[in-house]
Design a protein. Structure first.
Length: 241
């Protein structure tokens, strides 16, 4: 071992230094961009995970912020499946999940994509983050993905303490087949007596979709607020001005 080995920084030290530059919202943008590119070129899982920290800050002007994030997004997509492990780590532990969730949708598809999103949701259910924001954002990022695995995972969040998370779960489930989600949505309505915003949103969606409350009619009739009524067939309709 020569003396240079003691002077030369280790990969961990390099990554730590570059990560700090990537997360610096002030100063010359080229410093941030150069650090991002060097992390991408290193290509190791720790380096790619550090690169993703660019998504955790916002800079001014917003057009510059979007351009830098789009560049990192493109790099990550180009990695394909190699990006998945650091993506999963990020999506389980960080708040700024919008861009990483988009990357995941680009590099995976079908059952594998559904399985990974289900894994992330299960993690958040068992290890609630300090902020409800990433839970709602992740659920909304799954729009259009039809999967029994995800239906089961999202249904857990109908009991979430945060209204926005419940509403995100409701919106996702309403995009799935009626027979798979109708009962859980109606039960969420009945369990949300202290959450008028959630109840109104559910009634509006049921009215728009034309879904019936069959099997729950007496309980819904007892709780339905002014401005709504049930038809003979048990469908919700809006009444009044």
């Amino acid at each position: 071992m020569d003396i240079l080995s003691f002077i030369r920084p280790s990969p961990e030290q390099k990554i730590r230094k570059l990560r700090k530059k990537v997360k610096e919202p002030h100063g010359d943008a080229s410093v941030r961009q150069n650090a991002s590119q060097r992390l991408f070129e290193m290509g190791t899982e720790p380096a790619i995970r550090a690169l993703m920290d660019r998504f955790t800050i916002s800079v001014s002007p917003s057009v510059q912020d979007d351009a830098e994030k789009q560049e990192v997004f493109t790099w990550l997509v180009s990695l394909g499946h190699e990006a998945v492990p650091p993506l999963l780590s990020f999506l389980k532990n960080e708040r700024a999940v919008y861009w990483p969730a988009r990357v995941l949708r680009e590099v995976l598809d079908g059952d594998e994509l559904a399985e990974r999103f289900g894994e992330i949701l299960q993690f958040h259910w068992e290890n609630p983050p300090a902020s409800a924001f990433p839970k709602a954002q992740i659920i909304r990022s799954m729009e259009g993905i039809v999967s029994e695995r995800l239906v089961e995972a999202v249904q857990l969040f109908l009991d979430d303490e945060d209204d926005d998370v419940r509403l995100a779960a409701i919106e996702y489930l309403l995009g799935q087949p009626e027979e798979a989600t109708r009962k859980s949505i109606i039960e969420c309505y009945l369990d949300s007596e202290d959450r008028p915003r959630v109840r109104v949103q559910i009634l509006d969606h049921l009215s728009d979709k034309g879904w019936s409350v069959r099997g729950y009619r007496p309980a819904v009739e007892e709780t339905i607020p002014e401005g709504y009524a049930l038809t003979r067939e048990g469908r919700v309709r809006k009444v009044g001005p």
